[in-house]
Write a protein that binds this ligand. Structure first.
Ligand SMILES: Cc1cc2nc3c(=O)[nH]c(=O)nc-3n(C[C@H](O)[C@H](O)[C@H](O)COP(=O)(O)OP(=O)(O)OC[C@H]3O[C@@H](n4cnc5c(N)ncnc54)[C@H](O)[C@@H]3O)c2cc1C
Length: 345
């Protein structure tokens, strides 16, 4: 018997989940394919950060993206019953006095004023001789809670298909896949898009990231996220997340010892007590040269869409642009040109 839905989503990371939320919220019928692998999203740190902490800048639509995410999280709470936003700010450890001065100067910029606090903090548990700057409006997502609950909700409502989507069984001209007929299908597979014969050519490039799960001998203060070279913050199980690294060259699906060493050394540099590595995880960020996501329609098949290229900001980009994509799918609203797949054609 044929099952008929309005939409199919392929993937289960941030891109897929935030789009699924738009469908849930608007009572659309859909099916979401998950192959049960650990997505890049599931190994992400969950940082929600309106500032770029290398040279203290911000990015396109940062305030709009933060506001939109808060709104979405309130909406999701209505059906999962949980809040996944951990409202603990990021504290940026200054490397020297010069950096601190730069922060102060930048905090007067119109675009950075809302994000860079002029009040500095001194922590006891890590080395921070030049203090830390507080990133206002930063927070983090309870990543594991978010994915566990979203998947459970999708399953309970019969939206979930726990199978790898087999591209060769898709007949775009009939709008069918196996015994499912659909109106539109959205591919949100992260780096696995390279296996998708319809969108393999989109210009996303992998950027491999490792993180450590560590046990600290002396806990950090008050659940903040602390950032020096990388981010450190407490996990629900009492351990800490430390990461992640960036590597554009590596494509193999194995732990890289050099990345582990880099993280271990960086942590030892500013955490003055013993720690033990409990686990190492890695994932591949789907990045785009112009640092903007990719949303759009297949040039030949009007019922096939892609949502990818979320880069290092999967949460903010995934949420914000899923709304644009939803209104495009439903109401033919224009995809913002800066993120439209057409910019490469
Ligand atoms: C170490 C690290 C730390 C990060 N930290 C942050 C952070 O703090 N904040 C932030 O915002 N972002 C962070 N990111 C970036 C973020 O994780 C990515 O932008 C995001 O994961 C991309 O989401 P996605 O949905 O496009 O792809 P993915 O998360 O990779 O999800 C795609 C999913 O689709 C599934 N899939 C693929 N093909 C098929 C198929 N044929 N059938 C069924 N399923 C399929 C895959 O198994 C995968 O699970 C981090 C990334 C890494 C690696």
């Amino acid at each position: 018997m044929t099952k008929s839905v309005e939409y199919i989503i392929v993937g289960d990371g941030y891109a897929a989940m935030f789009l699924a939320h738009q469908f849930i919220k608007n009572n659309k019928s859909f099916l979401l394919f998950t192959e049960g692998k650990k997505s890049a999203s599931m190994v992400s740190a969950g940082m929600i950060n309106p500032a770029v902490l290398k040279r203290f800048t911000t990015f396109w639509l940062a305030q709009e993206q933060i506001d939109s995410l808060k709104n979405t999280m309130t909406e999701i709470k209505q059906y999962t019953g949980q809040n996944y936003l951990i409202e603990k700010p990021i504290l940026r450890v200054f490397h020297d006095e010069k950096e601190k001065e730069l922060w102060l100067k930048k905090s007067d910029d119109e675009s950075l004023k809302p994000f860079l606090s002029k009040d500095f903090v001194k922590l006891n548990s890590v080395k921070n001789p030049f203090d830390c700057g507080v990133v206002n409006q930063s927070a983090r997502l309870d990543v594991s809670g978010f994915f566990i609950d979203m998947m459970n909700f999708l399953e309970s409502q019969n939206y979930l298909i726990k199978e790898k989507f087999e591209y060769k069984l898709l007949i775009p001209t009939d709008s069918t896949y196996k015994d499912i007929s659909f109106k539109k299908i959205i591919f949100a597979e992260g780096m696995a898009v390279k296996e998708n014969p319809f969108f393999a050519e989109i210009p996303v490039h992998q950027n491999k990231g490792h993180h450590l799960e560590v046990q600290l001998s002396v806990p950090l203060e008050e659940g903040f996220t602390i950032k020096k070279k990388h981010f450190i913050f407490p996990l629900n199980n009492g351990n800490y997340y430390y990461g992640g690294t960036y590597d554009r060259e590596q494509i193999h699906h194995k732990i890289d010892d050099a990345a582990v060493e880099k993280l271990t050394n960086a942590l030892a540099e500013f955490y003055p007590h013993d720690f033990e590595i409990k686990e190492v995880k890695f994932g591949f960020r789907p990045t785009v040269k112009d640092r903007r996501p990719i949303l759009g329609n297949h040039p030949e098949f009007g019922n096939l869409y892609v949502f990818n290229g979320l880069g290092a900001r999967g949460i903010l980009n995934g949420n914000y642009f899923s709304i644009n994509l939803y209104h495009h799918l439903e109401n033919d609203e224009e995809i913002q040109p800066e993120v439209d797949l057409k910019r490469f054609q």
